[in-house]
Ligand binder design. Structure first.
Ligand code: AMP
Length: 280
């Protein structure tokens, strides 16, 4: 396995592989790899001739006051895990090469990006869409795998690829969870012992919603009300949003459920903001 930090070297190599007719798989990450990330490697490892995983803590997708400096960085372990799982190249560019002095171009998706996480984290998706466009241009992937854990990000990036005719296909990997149900996330490392227990309220809320639906409830407000009560019962939990949306368009479903109803949660556990979702 090779580690590449130079943008020019990575792009030249990707273009060479393409000329040779090789199929390239790509997994964009911010590192601190866990099973969630590695399951995305598994999705592409067989069909890709060359599998590239990027590790880049992208400053432009953090909004002011967020955890850019503290974001966990575990490069050595990430390298070992990636190698063991079949990654061929780790692309780990430096921020000052990705955003050279004078960088002034931004791509933005202006519909899906403005709600849910986009509302509480203005400009977050502009950062995601711009960095992914750069990474796609550098790494030239045929296949990209993304996690359903970040469902809104998936919807925004699918829109980017469709709207700008970027020639790649997106595969979505299911949410990988800890044994007790907490969705894996690099930010779980911020939780102390008690917060880790309280964080289970997110997956409990998803289960509660599913059981309400299974017992015949199809009114979105009734479901949200019940979840509101559950979150209130955990003193350190503060809801950012609890919404039911169409899983493709991320349109809010204000009345009744449909085939594609996706429950989306963003909840603060003290100072740690966690997200999770489930199809209902
Ligand atoms: P990140 O490093 O947080 O930017 O995530 C990189 C990719 O891993 C994104 O496509 C995420 O959706 C995906 N991912 C993160 N956590 C999980 C998880 N628990 N299960 C599946 N995919 C995940």
């Amino acid at each position: 396995m090779e580690i590449i930090t130079s943008i020019e070297k990575m792009q030249k190599l990707s273009l060479k592989f393409k000329r040779e007719g090789k199929k390239l798989g790509f997994i964009p990450t911010m590192g601190c790899l866990h099973e969630g990330h590695l399951s995305l490697v598994d999705l592409l490892v067989v069909k890709s001739d060359i599998l590239i995983l990027s590790i880049f803590v992208n400053p432009t997708q953090f909004v002011e006051g967020e955890d850019l400096e503290q974001y966990p960085r575990t490069f050595e372990e990430d390298v070992e895990k990636s190698k063991a799982r079949g990654v061929d190249i780790i692309f780990a560019p430096k921020a000052d090469e990705m955003y050279e002095f004078g960088f002034s171009t931004q791509i933005s998706e202006s519909n899906i990006s403005n709600r849910l996480c986009g509302k509480s984290r203005p400009d977050h998706f502009n950062g995601v869409v711009t960095v992914c466009t750069k990474l796609f241009n550098i790494c030239q992937p045929d296949f990209v795998s993304l996690g359903q854990k970040d469902a809104q990000q998936v919807a925004v990036l699918k829109k980017l690829v469709n709207d700008l005719n970027i020639p790649l296909s997106i595969e979505v990997g299911e949410i990988i969870r800890e044994h007790d149900g907490l969705a894996m996330s690099s930010r779980n490392t911020y939780l102390n012992h008690d917060e880790r227990k309280d964080a289970l309220v997110l997956s409990k809320a998803l289960d509660l919603a599913k059981s309400l639906v299974d017992s015949g409830c199809n009114k979105t407000n009734e479901i949200k009300e019940e979840l509101g009560k559950l979150f209130k019962s955990v003193s350190c939990a503060r809801v950012d949003y609890v919404e039911i949306v169409d899983s493709e368009t991320m349109e809010f479903q204000r009345k009744v459920l449909s085939e594609n109803s996706l429950l989306m949660l963003a909840v603060w556990i003290n100072k740690v903001r966690l997200i999770d979702n489930r199809l209902l």
